[in-house]
Design a protein around this ligand. Structure first.
Ligand SMILES: NC(=O)c1ccc[n+]([C@@H]2O[C@H](COP(=O)([O-])OP(=O)(O)OC[C@H]3O[C@@H](n4cnc5c(N)ncnc54)[C@H](O)[C@@H]3O)[C@@H](O)[C@H]2O)c1
Ligand SMILES: O=C(O)C[C@H](O)C(=O)O
Length: 331
């Protein structure tokens, strides 16, 4: 049995993400939890003729417990999205508490599950979830992932519009975090190889860093990226399932993770990023989650400058998330 759970399943991301997961044959049970409308979304999806049995849960009557029990994989898009003029950090005030409470449910009812965090600000919500799981003595750094796949998807799309390559074939490692200057596209490591001139590098880097703002602006108060995020989230969830259920090896996806997992290479990355405890790098997945955190590789002078600029903001975001759980008096 492979049970996948979506927390925040009735939202702009939650609904199309749940649809894409319903189409994944590796999933035999799909549990949808939200504070509103999840039974309706579940009833709708349940008519699709794929193996996953779909159930919907609301908070009353142990809804969260029943949704989470026996979960293999949990995806979290619960929380409020940005409006024009807001930063992702502006969402902390509301989303930090939502994510903390969901993490408490995970610690109690499904402590062994793989946890994929979409809710913003990802740079802080991943540390929040990790700290809650630590508090309950159930944190496994190899199983908690901040989903940064949308940055990877955007990097493939935006670079191929310049290089004229097939966007489906293009891979650009995007490392760091998931907000503005903390998003670091490594265009020098693009595959298949392509040499951009400096002007192209600077404009592509800006576009990838601030791609989320393009959508927020275009939606004009009606939220942020939902459909592209659902595709990106389903892609990352599929990679986790392919590695952990189907036993496929050699799957590499960037993700924002805790660098503390034993014996998988996080320490080397930690040294390269001035001691940050969370960072997105290329992650090799195996049957128990993170198999290897790849080093950042050779960076150009420009990319080194991007890394230098990202570190202070990432440190602030991480500390804010950690202290939300360890030092509640500050909030
Ligand atoms: N990681 C990324 O790349 C990325 C990309 C896009 C959006 N996001 C973030 O994802 C989040 C969701 O975005 P959206 O557009 O789907 O928002 P939305 O408002 O459309 O949906 C959010 C859903 O969460 C639900 N929710 C709120 N509190 C909850 C709780 N306590 N338990 C369960 N569900 C709860 C709401 O009822 C709603 O259905 C936002 O924080 C957004 O910033 C992240
Ligand atoms: O921009 C946002 O607030 C949503 C998301 O993080 C994105 O990158 O699209």
């Amino acid at each position: 049995m492979v049970k996948a759970v979506v927390l925040g399943a009735a939202g702009g991301i939650g609904q199309p993400l749940s649809l894409l997961l319903k189409l994944n044959d590796a999933i035999t049970e799909l549990a949808l939890y939200d504070i509103v409308n999840s039974p309706g979304v579940a009833a709708d999806l349940s008519h699709i003729n794929t193996p996953a049995k779909v159930t919907g849960y609301l908070p009353p009557n142990d809804g969260l417990k029943n949704a989470l029990t026996n979960a293999h994989l949990i995806v979290i898009p619960a929380g409020v999205p940005r409006k024009p003029g807001m930063s992702r950090d502006d969402l902390f005030k509301i989303n930090a508490g939502i994510v903390r409470d969901l993490a408490t449910g995970i610690a109690n009812y499904s402590p062994d599950a793989y946890v994929l965090v979409i809710s913003n600000p990802v740079n802080s919500t991943v540390p929040i979830i990790a700290e809650v799981l630590k508090k309950h003595g159930v944190f496994n750094a190899k199983k908690v992932f901040g989903v940064t796949t949308l940055d990877i998807v955007r990097a493939s799309t935006f670079t191929s519009s310049v290089s004229r390559a097939d966007p489906r074939e293009v891979r650009v490692p995007v490392v760091g975090g998931h907000s503005g200057v903390t998003i670091i596209p490594l265009l020098s490591q693009i595959s298949p190889p392509h040499t951009f001139n400096q002007e192209e590098i600077e404009s592509l880097t800006k576009r990838i860093q601030f791609g989320g703002d393009e959508v927020v602006k275009a939606k004009d108060g009606a939220g942020s990226a939902t459909l592209s995020m659902a595709q990106a989230g389903a892609r990352f969830a599929t990679s986790i399932l392919n590695a952990t259920v189907k036993g496929e090896s050699g799957i590499v996806e960037p993700s924002y993770v805790c660098l503390d997992a034993d014996g998988v290479g996080g320490k080397q990355v930690r040294i390269a990023v001035n001691g940050l405890s969370y960072f997105s790098s290329n992650i090799e997945l195996g049957k128990n989650g993170i198999e290897k955190i790849h080093p950042l590789g050779d960076l150009s002078e420009y990319e080194n400058k991007l890394l230098e600029a990202a570190i202070p903001e990432l440190r602030t975001n991480i500390n804010k998330g950690v202290s939300f759980i360890t030092d509640e008096s500050k909030f």
